[in-house]
Design a protein around this ligand. Structure first.
Ligand SMILES: [Zn+2]
Length: 514
């Protein structure tokens, strides 16, 4: 590791102890889609819902456009919680039969479809969301400062508590239309661009938002409150001027607005320098105030609580626009590709504005908080299992710091910049194996030894220098011993270790793998 420094008083060369790691095969992650849900590819969701913040009742429909990728597909299976009532399902205005059960809506197609056939379904439904699922997930009805507040928190697989969908990050909809009708004293903030607002009878107002960027189901966001709406803009060095839109609780606007107008350009300057242009520049960079704990990276509409505006959470969530939103994980086991990158980006931000010592301090703090387990999530059956903070955030951020050391600064950041700006994963999905291969295409040789031990295995590096050395001629031999970091860890780690060897008149630095 970069901070390990050793002092000696001899001219020397180094004998390295190379520890070979066993290869580790990928395990399947979950919760997984049902086999039949792989028979189609979602292209479009169109939500059109009436939401009553007082009664917590919603009603309307979702239009789902898709393309069949399996011959003789006779049913479309959607995730949708059983507590919601489905009134009807239609295709081209004709009713279709359907069944419910185990939080799956199974729709019978009028005739089997073959690969390449497209379809559009319309599901009419109503109900009171959050009668199932975990507290805090789904469509949340609450209040702030005496006003009702409604917001969605779909992550990781709770969009289907309030609208039928294919609720897995592997299938991004190419576009989403979000139309919400609410009492006319409310404002509705969603992903993408506001297309229209229409005053309706009975003191109602309808907001229609539209995004044309591919989006995972957990990122589909609606927020309903009498927000102050602040319009600003950011002039990028790479992608022109794009809108900044902040949706704030009115009592916080006087302090939140100047803070966000100060920090967001600073964040974008760093990320454009290191990663490339903001991915959603043709729509908006949005932040919506909420009452959640911390922040959530809804695409083009980050949500976070007021204190987060003044913390590194806004730095973290903004990084997800690149890592997690534009490039999304193929399955939950690979969540470190979202959270590790966003956490590492906090250090990148510190380095850019406050120098290397601030970067090193951030990494050291993350290292101190890192857990002993594996970063890869083998059991994503609950939200808590998916995001063990000490592993997929902290340890993963340190592992990226180590990957930077292995690859070298110029290669590492060239790789990251290309990952964001030209890679085939842009607006698509990726898994750990693909990311490893992408890194190897820059590094020029195998990185299996690195990813296998640091992503798939447990433990942290623990290395001892001990005074086993000898001198032969003008050569110094010594050993560095890697050992399991805990008595229960089975992992030995290989990693380049920087050494500084000082002589009376000279100083030398070495790095190689132990
Ligand atoms: Zn995050």
């Amino acid at each position: 590791m970069k901070n390990r420094i050793f002092h000696f008083t001899f001219f020397a060369s180094i004998l390295f102890l190379l520890l070979i790691c066993q290869s580790n095969s990928l395990l399947a992650a979950g919760p997984t889609l049902l086999p039949e849900q792989h028979f189609y590819d979602v292209k479009y969701y169109g939500l059109d819902l009436r939401v009553d913040p007082d009664t917590r009742f919603i009603q309307g429909y979702v239009k789902i456009g898709g393309e069949v990728v399996q011959d003789a597909t006779s049913q479309i299976l959607l995730n949708f919680y059983d507590h919601m009532t489905v009134d009807s399902v239609q295709m081209n205005g004709q009713p279709l039969s359907f069944t419910r059960g185990a939080d799956i809506l199974t729709i019978d197609l009028p005739q089997p479809l073959n690969t390449g056939d497209s379809f559009t379904l319309q599901v009419f439904y109503n109900g009171y969301p959050m009668q199932a699922g975990l507290p805090g997930y789904g469509l949340i009805f609450t209040s702030y400062n005496g006003q009702k507040l409604v917001y969605s928190y779909n992550w990781p697989y709770y969009a289907c508590t309030w609208f039928p969908c294919k609720d897995h990050p592997s299938d991004k909809a190419d576009s989403v239309s979000l139309t919400f009708t609410v009492p006319d004293n409310y404002h509705v903030a969603c992903n993408g661009k506001l297309i229209s607002t229409n005053a309706l009878p009975n003191n109602l107002i309808q907001f229609k938002w539209l995004t044309h960027y591919p989006i995972v189901s957990y990122n589909i966001s609606v927020n309903i409150y009498p927000f102050d709406v602040v319009h600003s803009s950011y002039t990028s060095t790479t992608s022109g001027t794009f809108p900044l839109e902040f949706f704030l609780f009115p009592t916080h606007t006087p302090t939140a607005q100047p803070q966000l107008e100060w920090i967001v350009p600073r964040i974008q300057e760093v990320y454009e320098h290191r990663y490339g242009a903001f991915p959603f520049a043709s729509e908006k960079y949005g932040i919506c105030e909420s009452v959640i704990s911390g922040g959530m990276e809804h695409q083009t509409l980050l949500i976070m609580n007021y204190p987060s505006f003044f913390s590194d959470i806004v730095v973290h969530e903004s990084a997800h626009e690149y890592f997690g939103n534009m490039i999304s994980i193929a399955d939950w086991g690979h969540i470190w590709l979202n959270e590790g990158f966003a956490t590492y980006s906090e250090a990148v931000y510190q380095e850019y504005w406050n120098g290397e010592s601030a970067y090193q301090q951030e990494i050291s703090q993350n290292m101190a908080g890192s857990g002993e387990g594996a970063i890869f999530v083998y059991d994503p059956s609950t939200p808590g299992n998916i995001i063990p903070y000490s592993l997929v955030y902290l340890k993963a951020s340190v592992v990226l710091h180590m990957l930077r050391y292995v690859m070298g600064d110029s290669l590492f950041f060239q790789m990251l910049h290309d990952y964001v700006t030209v890679s085939p994963f842009r607006f698509k999905n990726i898994d750990t194996g693909q990311f490893r291969q992408f890194c190897e295409s820059y590094y020029g040789s195998d990185l299996g030894w690195f990813f296998n031990q640091w992503i798939y295995k447990d433990g942290k590096m623990a290395a001892d220098f001990y005074h086993y050395w000898g001198v032969q001629g003008d050569t110094l031999y010594f050993k560095i011993r890697s050992k399991p970091s805990t008595p229960t860890s089975s992992t030995y780690h290989a990693m380049p270790v920087p050494l500084r060897i000082s002589a009376f008149m000279s100083q030398f630095r070495f790095a190689n793998r132990i």
